[in-house]
Design a protein around this ligand. Structure first.
Ligand code: FCB
Length: 440
């Protein structure tokens, strides 16, 4: 048995736009109106219907699996639909959700911005506009004043690195700028905004725990003997990971985001590390891609022969890379939470799963975490992405990461085997030898 400590947080992670439905006031709604942008023409109109009240059923499901925590996000475009105007009805709905979590014995972890922004924010340039720092600060202050009695565990921004790449460097997500220089400006302003939000939260709430969720993208050269592949990997890793963690851990803006200038008071604006971790991507040098620092991601080998083989944004399975990540960040002596980890069901597209590929992913990644814990790394919680299949951004409902399968039309939830595997681990607060023998 590989045991975890008694107070370990076990949960799933969700994000407002992906589960709520009826989110008509942000850039994603506008973006999805153009055909061809979302896989199979899917729409977030209904999603998991949380705005229609089904969050209650889903929180019941999480409770039934033994979860003692849940990561969710609040939607800025609902809380501040017009610039400077706070929507009290929306706030009450979120209060009900946060209370709903607490009543079910789950600690809420709340993300303030998870990829979506009010239309008014984007119309004024979004994070390219320096004024966004002040907008973020005001929004954050209101959120913590409104929900601070129900939550003290916060993430300011979800994955600025992924946002920078998919929304600005490439064209996969709104606003689809296709510009590395714009991406770098966005990243710079988001890091400054994080700092402002970090300070704002602590002004309102003394015991707050605040972080920024960074998706750690492990990159490896496709051909380790090729110096060009190694060069592209080094550059990709610097832009996707290193410059962000450097900014956060040193309190200074590194090149090319800045010239070493101090962010705020220069202290580390984190109370814990929040890492989202999925896969390792293999990188090859591609001279035709200067805008992507000459890095091209290869399609993962484990998806060959499945209907997912075209995916390049997904990498290969590498629980060991998670272990290495944790070991590396141990030296800051901050608690670490894995705020997203998971994989999608590769069973037949719209059918229920024929093979349970998610359980072995869960067990092997938790084993990697436990190994790091045994070596002294303070990992205090784990959030599986995600509870119920949801609107996976540009992939629509095609990628199904849920512990529960969702039929969007009928809104029926069906439990996947991984839900029971996870519940078994949570119940015993550890991974049994039987699970290890079966999956690892
Ligand atoms: C992460 C996002 C999350 C989800 C997973 C699969 O980049 O934070 O919303 O889409 O990927």
């Amino acid at each position: 048995m590989l045991s975890f400590p008694q107070n370990f947080l076990w949960g799933a992670a969700t994000a407002a736009h992906q589960v709520e439905g009826q989110n008509f006031n942000n850039e994603w709604w506008d973006w999805e109106q153009t055909p061809g942008r979302i896989k199979h023409g899917h729409s977030a109109r209904v999603a998991c219907d949380w705005w229609g009240g089904r969050w209650q059923d889903d929180f019941d499901l999480a409770q039934s699996l033994g979860h003692n925590a849940h990561r969710m996000s609040v939607e800025w475009s609902r809380l501040e639909p017009k610039q400077g105007e706070w929507d009290e009805d929306a706030a009450q709905t979120y209060r009900a959700k946060l209370k709903g979590l607490r009543e079910r014995g789950m600690t809420p972890l709340v993300t303030l911005v998870h990829f979506t922004h009010p239309r008014w924010f984007m119309e004024q340039g979004g994070w390219l506009n320096k004024a966004s720092l002040a907008w973020m600060e005001r929004y954050t202050t209101r959120v913590v004043e409104a929900f601070g009695d129900l939550c003290n565990f916060w993430i300011t921004l979800n994955e600025p690195n992924v946002y920078m790449v998919l929304s600005y460097v490439w064209n996969a997500r709104p606003p689809g700028a296709g510009s590395l220089p714009q991406g770098l400006r966005v990243a710079r302003n988001m890091l400054f905004a994080h700092y402002r939000a970090y300070e704002a939260i602590h002004r309102v709430q003394k015991d707050a725990q605040v972080s920024l969720a960074h998706q750690w993208r492990t990159l490896a050269p496709a051909n380790p003997r090729s110096s060009l592949d190694r060069f592209a990997t080094w550059q990709g890793n610097y832009v996707a990971n290193e410059m962000f963690v450097r900014a956060l851990t040193t309190g200074k803006m590194p090149f090319p985001l800045g010239r070493g200038e101090t962010i705020g008071d220069g202290k580390m604006p984190l109370d814990y590390f929040a890492f989202n971790y999925y896969f390792v991507s293999h990188v090859t040098f591609d001279v035709s891609r200067p805008g992507s620092v000459f890095a091209r991601l290869l399609p993962p080998t484990w998806l060959k022969g499945t209907s997912f083989e075209e995916l390049t944004d997904v990498g290969d399975l590498a629980p060991n890379a998670l272990y290495e990540l944790l070991k590396r960040f141990a030296r800051w002596n901050l608690p670490i939470y894995i705020t997203e980890n998971g994989t999608f069901d590769i069973g037949n597209d719209n059918q229920l799963p024929s093979i349970d590929n998610q359980s072995s992913y869960l067990v092997t990644h938790l084993r990697a975490i436990q190994r790091a814990r045994q070596e002294g790394v303070q990992v205090n919680g784990y959030f599986w992405w995600t509870l119920v299949d949801n609107f996976e951004w540009d992939a629509g409902y095609w990628l199904k990461f849920g512990l529960y399968h969702l039929d969007v039309e009928s809104q029926t939830r069906t439990k996947r085997p991984v839900a029971d595997t996870y519940a078994n681990i949570i119940r015993g607060n550890g991974i049994t030898d039987a699970l290890l023998a079966k999956y690892a």
